[in-house]
Design a protein around this ligand. Structure first.
Ligand code: ATP
Ligand code: ATP
Ligand code: MG
Ligand code: MG
Lengths: 259, 259
C-alpha cells in the first residue's frame, strides 16, 4: 500500500519542488511505482518534468472542483520521462481552488478522497505543496501519512518552523490523527558558513532523530535540470545533487523498512 | 506625497522581504521618511526588525478586519531601530484574513483605504507581499503606485514571471489603472554561472529598461542580519549586500526624480 508524503513548508523557495521531484525520481529509478501530485498553482513540478502550460490538459484543479466523482484522478495521471514515475499536473486555476472549495462540505478531505481509489497502485505518493498554509496545503496534510519538511539553514526559514509544527499538531489533533513528521531535510546546505552549521545544530537538538542524516548541498545542476524538463538523475546523474537525493531515497526506505 | 511600492512575486524565496527591508532602510538612511508594511502572515519583515511574536501587539491584521475605521493604521505603526523607518507589523492571523475579507464589499480596496489617511507622512511606502497571488497580494497591488519584482536568476523563477505580468495587466485593466512596473531586481545573482548570465540576458531583452542596472549578489551577511533584528546597513554597512541595496536606493531615486 502507498505511503503518502506531503512535501510542505510555508516558507518560500526552500526546495519543496526540487525535493519532491528528485526524491520521487530516485525511488522510481529503484523500480518502485511512484506518483507525484503537483498541488501548487505555480505548477513548478509540472514544468520541471516538461509539462508546460496547456489549457486543454486536465489537471488536479479539474478533479478537485468537479462535482461528485465526475473526474477521477486516474484520468488526470500522466506518465513522465522516467519509467515508474507518474504525475498529476497542476495549472494556474489552482490559485482559485481554495475559494471555490470554501463552501463545500468536507472541503479539507477532497484530495484524500481523490487519492483513495488509486493509491494502491503506488509504493509512494509525493504531494508538492505551495508556499502557504492554505486550503490546498491543508488538503495535502489531511491526505498524507507524513510530512517531509525541506528547510534552508537560514534564520528566516527557522523562524517559520514553529508555525508549521503548530499546524501539524492542529491537523493531527483533528482532521488527520495519523499524520507523522517524516523528517526535516536540510537543503542548499553550505557547511562552510557559521549560519549553516549553527542552524543545523539547533535543529538536530530540537528535533532529535527527525533530521535526515543526508543534507542536500547547493549545486547549480539542480537549478539547471528543470529547464531541461528532467529530474537530476536523468540530467546529470554524476552531480552532487543527484548523489544527495539518491542518498535521501535510501535513507527514506531504511526509515520506512522498520515501520 | 508618498510613492507606494508593492514588493511582490508569487515565487517563494526570491528575496522579497530582504529587498523590502534593505531598500526601505537605505532610503531612510538618506533622511527620507519611509513606511514598511508587512503583508505576509509569515511576518518575516517584522521578525527581521526585532518585532517577535507578541499576541498583545496590534498588527495589520487587526486594522484590516476591523469594522469601518475602528483601528486606524496610524495606531498600528511602530518606530524601528532606524530613524525615519517605520513599520506596520504582521502576525500569523493574516493567514486567515483572506477568508475573513472574502464577503466584504470592496475587499480588494481594504489596504488602500487604510493607507489613504497616513500616506502623506512618508516619501516611500513598501508593501512586503506573501509568496502567492492571493487577496493580500491583490490588496497590495490595488494600493500601490508600482510593483517592484525581486527575481532570482533561475529557471523556475523565470517560469513564474508570465503569471505575475498577467496579474499586473488584469489589475491595471480594472481595480488599479495607475499600477506601473517599477522594475525587476535580480537577487542572489551569481554572474559566474551560465544559468545566471543566460536568465539575466533574457530578462533584459523581454523587459527593456525595466531591469535595474544594480544586481544583488549572494552575500551571507544579508541572511545573517535578520537574526540580529537589523537591516544590513546597521548590521554590516561595509558588506557587499549593504553596498548593493544602497546602490538600488540611488537608482530608484534617480528613476523617480524624472517622474
Ligand atoms: N540544492 C540546491 N542547489 C541549488 N539550487 C537549488 C537547490 N534546491 C533548489 N534549488 C533552486 O532554488 C530555487 C528554489 O527551489 P524550489 O523551487 O524547489 O523551492 P520551493 O520551496 O518549491 O519554492 P516555492 O516556495 O516557490 O514553491 C529553484 O530555482 C531551484 O532550482
Ligand atoms: N542576496 C542574498 N544573499 C544571500 N542570502 C539572501 C539574499 N537575499 C535573501 N537571502 C536569504 O534567502 C532567503 C530568502 O529570502 P527572503 O526571505 O527575503 O525571500 P522572500 O521572497 O521574501 O521569501 P518568501 O517567499 O518566503 O516571502 C532568506 O533566508 C534570506 O535571508
Ligand atoms: Mg515549489
Ligand atoms: Mg518574504
Amino acid at each position: 500500500l502507498a505511503k503518502i508524503i506531503a512535501v510542505a513548508n510555508q516558507k518560500g523557495g526552500v526546495g519543496k519542488t526540487t525535493t519532491a521531484i528528485n526524491l520521487a525520481a530516485s525511488l522510481a529509478a529503484a523500480e518502485l511505482p511512484v506518483l507525484l501530485v503537483d498541488c501548487d498553482a505555480q505548477s513548478n513540478t509540472s514544468a520541471s518534468l516538461g509539462f508546460y502550460r496547456d489549457p486543454s490538459r486536465s489537471s488536479l484543479y479539474h478533479a478537485l472542483v468537479a462535482e461528485s466523482d465526475d473526474i477521477p484522478l486516474s484520468t488526470v495521471v500522466r506518465p513522465t520521462c522516467l519509467e515508474n514515475l507518474w504525475l498529476v499536473p497542476a495549472d494556474r486555476n489552482l490559485a482559485g481552488a481554495a475559494i471555490e472549495l470554501i463552501s463545500r462540505e468536507n472541503r479539507e478531505f477532497q484530495l484524500r478522497d481523490l487519492l483513495e481509489p488509486i493509491k494502491s497502485r503506488y509504493s509512494y505518493i509525493f504531494l508538492d505543496c505551495p508556499p502557504a498554509l492554505d486550503l490546498l496545503t491543508l488538503n495535502a496534510l489531511v491526505a498524507a501519512d507524513s510530512i517531509l519538511v525541506p528547510l534552508q539553514c537560514e534564520y528566516l526559514a527557522l523562524e517559520g518552523i514553529s508555525a508549521l509544527i503548530e499546524t501539524l499538531d492542529r491537523v493531527r489533533g483533528g482532521l488527520n490523527p495519523r499524520l507523522e513528521l517524516e523528517g526535516i531535510l536540510l537543503t542548499m546546505f553550505d557547511d562552510r558558513t557559521n549560519l549553516g552549521r549553527q542552524v543545523a545544530a539547533e535543529l538536530r537538538t530540537h528535533f532529535p532523530g527527525k533530521v535526515f542524516d543526508t543534507t542536500i548541498p547547493r549545486n547549480v545542476r539542480l537549478a539547471e535540470a528543470p529547464s531541461h524538463g528532467k529530474p537530476i538523475l536523468l540530467y546529470d546523474v554524476r552531480s552532487k545533487g543527484a548523489e544527495a537525493y539518491i542518498q535521501v531515497a535510501k535513507e527514506l526506505l531504511a526509515r520506512n523498512a522498520n515501520a
